[in-house]
Ligand binder design. Structure first.
Ligand SMILES: C[S@@+](CC[C@H](N)C(=O)[O-])C[C@H]1O[C@@H](n2cnc3c(N)ncnc32)[C@H](O)[C@@H]1O
Length: 229
């Protein structure tokens, strides 16, 4: 297993952020639908939600349109990304149901046990202190609150890396600054075993972890079910 090469930090480069926004707006519909499906399956249709590492806000904007009873706050450490998210919200008529602000995954701007839903998509690999983040998730969710965390994982096979890197270059990697984006993100992601370890060390108690090709999904499970590995 290759060593992790950290890609911690935020997307601050205006040109790269604008490009990310353009590509996300163009191609993120299907990933948004998949996350929405998991939210619906968990019975969340209203309440307070937070999207951590929201980038240009594509996921909360999509989900709050489908589930208007959810009041979203999208946070990101990058002011450049938050400006883009606000711009997207204005263009799409996000209204009062959604707000964006600069904030850290390690110190979520929310009171204890107040969220019904927490999302964190394609961001875990930016976090060098995942246990601190998971503890923040545990602190901020209501007892029956739900979370969905999606990211890459470093156990991915060479075959999938090859296929997805090829697709990345076609759809996302046309800009020189984004060309190595997929490989950098995978190298910065965690292995499944590392993630089990972090979750077990954290205060999050009811979760399941599973993989889908290049992705790792970590979700809350209801208290009635046993943790599955
Ligand atoms: C790859 S982007 C994902 C954006 C969005 N979730 C999506 O899937 O379109 C990762 C985002 O995480 C943000 N980020 C990195 N470290 C962070 C931290 N410690 N707290 C909050 N956001 C962070 C970056 O600025 C970047 O916008």
């Amino acid at each position: 297993m290759k060593e992790r090469i950290s890609e911690s930090g935020i997307i601050e480069d205006q040109e790269l952020a604008e490009y990310y926004n353009l590509m996300a707006r163009r191609y993120m519909r299907f990933p948004c639908q998949r996350v929405l499906k998991r939210v619906v399956a968990k019975g969340i249709e209203k309440g307070r939600a937070m999207d951590v590492g929201t980038g240009p806000g594509i996921f909360p904007l999509f989900i709050s349109k489908a589930l208007p009873g959810i009041r979203f706050k999208g946070i990101d450490l990058s002011p450049v990304m938050i400006d883009l998210a606000k711009r997207n919200a204005k263009e799409q008529g996000g209204g009062d149901a959604i707000e964006f602000e600069v904030g850290s995954a390690y110190s979520l701007p929310v009171e204890d046990h107040s969220l019904d839903l927490l999302l964190c998509i394609n961001t875990l690999h930016h976090l060098d202190r995942p246990i601190d983040f998971f503890n923040e998730v545990a602190r901020s969710l209501k007892e029956k609150g739900v979370f969905v965390i999606v990211d890459f994982h470093r156990d991915v096979s060479f075959l999938f890396v090859g296929i997805f890197n090829f697709l990345w270059k076609i759809f996302f990697g046309k800009h020189p600054k984004a060309r190595k984006g997929f490989l950098d993100s995978v190298q910065s992601s965690y292995t499944i075993e590392e993630c089990y370890h972090f979750l077990e060390q954290s205060k999050l108690k009811q979760w399941k972890l599973y993989t889908r090709t290049v992705e790792m999904w970590i979700e809350s499970i209801s208290k009635m079910k046993r943790r599955d590995r």
